[in-house]
Design a protein around this ligand. Structure first.
Ligand SMILES: NC(=O)c1ccc[n+]([C@@H]2O[C@H](COP(=O)([O-])OP(=O)(O)OC[C@H]3O[C@@H](n4cnc5c(N)ncnc54)[C@H](O)[C@@H]3O)[C@@H](O)[C@H]2O)c1
Length: 342
């Protein structure tokens, strides 16, 4: 089964508006969700809707609450997301960081009482579109066990960096665990095993069973370096921004719990450093050098390829996802078959 980009967006908007989201919030959530699926990060796209809806039903996601800026200087802001959709909180936090950085060169905005925001790179892309550098990170409920321990205490703590360029999409968007937890949830939904060397069960033994892995832990990427980076992101998106950390983080994957995670959005304006022309010119020079060095790709190429392919061919919908979406649609009096083709 397939769904076109246009239909996925209208289906999401229809679902969200029937749930009572304002036009503004629905548009933000729809764009961020579509971005995940187009880039091939289907673990964070429309497949997450059953959990989001569960979160709304359980009163853990407040659909139309306004965010509150609780602290602000020229360079920083601290936002209480009031438990509204994570995509909305993240969008507003990033746009504020961009506005500030454009004035003074650099800015950082932190959030707490937010919710799961989907793909991290959607928000660094907002910076790129505004000709500034975006760095985004977040913590999540525990998934990585500290090296040498069995119990997960650190999130999958994603980081995304986007660099503005007139020629090329330059971005990296990754979990600091070997893989995003969403990919384990997706494998579980599809009844598929996960690759070896990705996760441990709750007793610390290697496993390829996504259910066992979800009860155990996911390995950090790159051994101790990934562990150290995930550890640092935990502090930058927990204690720094008035959010929870370690075992206190809940509600990013399990939406029956109130979400206690935090996010950090850092924006740098290259025009205030060396000037935009020099920065972009030298960036392109480096990209040419890298591309000329062998059969290689640069960070962001895979996303561009995936967007082009999915836009043209439509997005795949597996049977379990179809059934999940059908249940949501039936409850909201939406005919799913008007959107998805067999
Ligand atoms: N919201 C959350 O709480 C949360 C938590 C964890 C992950 N996520 C999201 O999950 C998604 C998947 O994360 P992941 O770590 O599994 O991603 P991944 O391993 O599929 O890809 C990571 C990045 O590496 C780049 N890349 C891959 N191969 C490359 C190569 N050969 N050369 C250069 N660059 C290359 C990709 O372009 C991508 O930007 C991301 O969008 C992430 O933001 C979200």
């Amino acid at each position: 089964m397939k769904i076109t980009t246009k239909n996925e967006k209208s289906l999401i908007l229809n679902i969200l508006k029937k749930l009572g989201l304002s036009d503004e919030y629905a548009e933000i959530v729809a764009e961020a969700t579509l971005d995940s699926d187009l880039k091939g990060f289907t673990s964070h796209g429309i497949g997450r809707f059953p959990q989001y809806i569960h979160g709304i039903e359980k009163g853990k996601i407040n659909i139309n609450h306004e965010i509150e800026i609780v602290k602000e200087t020229e360079a920083i802001a601290l936002i209480n997301g009031k438990h509204t959709f994570g995509q909305v909180v993240a969008y507003k936090a990033m746009m504020l960081a961009i506005e500030k950085a454009k004035k003074i060169g650099i800015a950082a905005v932190g959030t707490h009482e937010a919710n799961h925001f989907g793909v991290t790179g959607y928000y660094s892309d907002l910076a790129i579109r505004n000709d500034v550098i975006g760095i985004v990170m977040a913590n999540t409920e525990p998934a990585i066990a500290p090296l040498g321990a069995k119990t997960a205490l650190i999130g999958t703590n994603p980081i995304a960096i986007g660099i503005p360029s007139n020629e090329t999409y330059i971005a990296v968007d990754m979990a600091t665990s070997v893989t995003a937890r969403g990919k384990l949830m997706e494998a579980k939904r599809k009844g598929e095993p996960i690759p070896e060397n990705m996760a441990l069960d709750k007793d610390g033994n290697p496993t390829t069973d996504p259910s066992e892995a979800l009860e155990g832990s996911i390995l950090p990427f790159g051994g101790y370096k990934g562990y150290a980076l995930a550890f640092m992101i935990e502090l930058l998106t927990g204690p720094l921004v008035n959010a929870a950390f370690g075992s206190g983080v809940h509600g990013t994957a399990n939406h029956t719990q109130l979400c206690t995670k935090g996010d950090l959005f850092i924006v740098i304006d290259p025009s205030k450093f060396v000037g935009m022309d020099k920065f972009k010119g030298e960036t392109e020079e480096f990209i040419k050098e890298v591309r000329g060095s062998g059969d290689t790709i640069i960070p962001g190429d895979l996303e561009v390829e995936s967007i082009q392919k999915n836009y043209k061919e439509g997005l795949k919908v597996d049977e379990k996802l179809y059934n999940n979406l059908k249940e949501i649609c039936d409850n909201l009096d939406i005919n799913i078959d008007e959107y998805i083709s067999q």
